[in-house]
Write a new protein. Structure first.
Length: 285
């Protein structure tokens, strides 16, 4: 049997931190952010810091990675001697990227592909890709990596605190959160993805501090008596809150194997809006 060399391909909406990608077997295809007069490649031409002033003037559309760009990345992976590719994307319930990559992979010669629908978004999807990378580095084969990563999908949960529901609503990504549009009440919803990979409301709390406390309580409930787990914190225009959250998680869960820290991709930030904070808990045992 020929030896496998496995790459992990993600879309930019998985929010895998840049230093993880650089350390790789990781490759990334950017989502597209389309304004009336200009198009940007997510995370390449635009960052979640530079997008908010633009969003105030016009809410852009977000779109799948360009087919040609996907092909170029496939070529790059093949040129670097990889034989197998595990594609890890944000939820098929929120984006067509999963299907686009799967279909293009089926028609591409010279690489063996497998697509994983994380049913998750942002670093909730990204933490599954990072886990795949870890398993590859441990020397697991293609079939083993896929089985282990897929077994973790139901045990990986993101909790998103958004400052306002306005952006999710405008972007049409409101899912099962629609009943919550009483923003006049200063309610801070905590949003997650359900087993279908669609947004739903986990909790409604008043004000930011309560929202952070509630998120920590939700993480605690997830962890329960489990011994092995990863955590992640991600933010869009909420760095200070995110750093506080990271410090609290360190303090409360000192045995976490990793606490990843990063930014919400611009394509996702278009939907969550400024002042968003995401926390992920991934149970490993």
């Amino acid at each position: 049997m020929m030896s496998e060399k496995i790459a992990v391909l993600v879309d930019s909406g998985t929010d895998v931190p840049q230093e993880v990608i650089a350390n790789g077997p990781f490759f990334m295809v950017p989502l597209r952010i389309i304004f009336s007069d200009k198009e940007y490649r997510d995370g390449i031409d635009i960052s979640s810091d530079t997008i908010f002033p633009l969003i105030k003037k016009e809410l852009p559309k977000t779109s799948l990675p360009d087919g040609e760009v996907i092909h170029q990345v496939f070529d790059q992976i093949k040129a670097q001697g990889y034989t197998h590719v595990i594609m890890v994307t944000i939820s098929s319930g929120l984006s067509g990227t999963y299907n686009a990559l799967r279909v293009l992979g089926e028609h591409y010669e010279g690489l063996t592909f497998h697509s994983i629908d994380t049913k998750n978004v942002g670093i909730g999807a990204g933490i599954l890709a990072i886990y795949a990378g870890d398993l590859i580095k441990q020397g697991k084969n293609f079939t083993e990596v896929i089985a282990e990563v897929e077994s973790k999908i139901p045990h990986t949960k993101i909790f998103f605190n958004v400052d306002t529901l306005e952006y999710l609503q405008k972007g049409g990504r409101i899912g099962l959160v629609a009943s919550l549009l009483g923003s006049a009440l200063k309610l801070k919803p905590i949003i997650s993805c359900n087993s279908e990979g669609i947004y739903y409301t986990v909790a409604k709390v008043r004000g930011l501090n309560k929202s952070i406390d509630k998120t920590i309580q939700l993480v605690k409930e997830q962890i329960g008596s489990h011994k092995r787990f990863n955590l992640a914190v991600t933010q869009a225009d909420a760095l200070e809150t995110a750093e506080k959250m990271r410090a609290r998680l360190h303090e409360l869960f000192p045995t976490a194997e990793n606490i990843y820290f990063g930014k919400v991709s611009p394509a996702l930030a278009v939907h969550t809006g400024p002042g968003s904070l995401g926390v992920v808990c991934q149970i490993l045992d």
